[in-house]
Design a binder for this molecule. Structure first.
Ligand SMILES: [Zn+2]
Length: 100
């Protein structure tokens, strides 16, 4: 019984790490620049880049794999933000991102 108790902690940590790795891989496969610096859009439509690592966020409150509550530096307000796929960015979007 003691051995089982000692193993539970490391097993839970291992499972959590595996889940985080799978989520990050899934996001990458879907075309998002996650983990890493990704383009995001706030609820008011402002576009900016932020560092997004699933399961490793210290910068924002995590609400799910595609949602965050974060400060928007463009509109200077707090807002719900979502990642934008690299392929979904228009040339205008890219220009705006470079301007930040
Ligand atoms: Zn905004």
């Amino acid at each position: 019984m003691k051995l089982v108790t000692r193993l539970i902690g490391p097993i839970i940590i291992a499972v959590v790490l595996i889940i985080i790795a799978i989520i990050n891989l899934t996001m990458r496969r879907k075309g998002y620049a996650i983990p890493g610096k990704t383009a995001v859009r706030c609820s008011k439509g402002h576009l900016f880049t932020t560092t997004w690592i699933e399961g490793g966020s210290l910068k924002a409150v995590r609400l799910g794999p595609f949602t965050r509550y974060q400060y928007c530096p463009v509109g200077k307000h707090w807002a719900i933000i979502h990642p934008v796929k690299d392929e979904d960015l228009t040339p205008e979007d890219r220009k705006a991102l470079l301007g930040n």
